[in-house]
Design a protein around this ligand. Sequence first.
Ligand code: UDP
Length: 334
Amino acid sequence: MTVLVTGGAGYIGSHMVLKLLEHNEEVVVIDNLSTGNEWAVSPQATFYKADIADPEALDTIFSNHKIDAIIHFAGLIIVSESVEVPLDYYSENTCKSRFLIQHALDAKVENFIFSSSAAVYGAPGLEPVSEAAPFVPESPYGTSKLMTELMLRDVAAVNPGFRYAALRYFNVAGADPQMRAGQSSRLSTHLIKIAAEAATGKRDGLQIFGDDFQTPDGTCVRDYIHVTDLAGAHYCALTYLRNGGASIAANCGYGSGYSVRQVVDAVKAVSGVDFKVTQAPRRAGDAAMIVADSTLARDALGWSPEFEDLETVIRHALQWERNLGNRTGGNPAG
Ligand code: UDP
């Protein structure tokens, strides 16, 4: 049996490929390299440089390999950009997912794991959010992910042979502990990546967006999950589905929140670099607190994270950032 990973040249996808290979799975990657890097795909995987909406590429893949599961990461991920160009997000994230799901059905693929997001909940309030919370996405990005989840739900309802797991990611950070993969894009807007860039001298400093939120120190609280643990959650979901588990949507976070200020202080402490921090106005659309209730992933999927510790997440992010040097999207392995 072979697992097809879409977006396997990207940040999370490349860690997924490593996780699957560690479990001796056969892995096929499809990625159009619009944001991913070919060097990030392990040579042990079979790589197809193609778009997930390319029918010939999908036909080739499904006829060359006996795919029993698809893990679908390919898509656009910048929330602010989705506000500017919503139709790009609906076409890349929603329409192309529809196309892939159709091919999965035609090829009789039974297991489908989808990269969803906590963005389907919008601004969930000041408590950890469970999967039962209402869907109130506040960006086209969140809506584009939600629409795909709903398509999967409706398709699974009438195709008993097709089951899915929608994994709703909270704030993904860190890098492979063996430094084989990490976050390479210089376009990232994510806090730990930006703080790691500041600590390694790649930017002048960091701005804290807003200090008047209803949180203990006034800055936003998020649930930061190590990317390798996130890949592990997908592997648990794959095992769960292969064992006949029912379709499921599950949060992927640790269930503990850290404020922006706590993260910044932790990056300074771990790196030993006192980079410049300035206070800036709120960033449009930021919610005060987004923390997962991760009971379902732990109980139903049997997920038990290995790196549930902010300092470890930051240490790996910093080490990767140093290895990456000043290359933009370059291969730190040379
Ligand atoms: N943030 C910040 N400065 C930055 C980047 C992010 O203060 O340079 C804050 C951001 O406003 C939010 C939190 O860090 O409150 C997490 O933002 P990120 O973009 O990492 O993830 P999000 O939760 O928005 O998906």
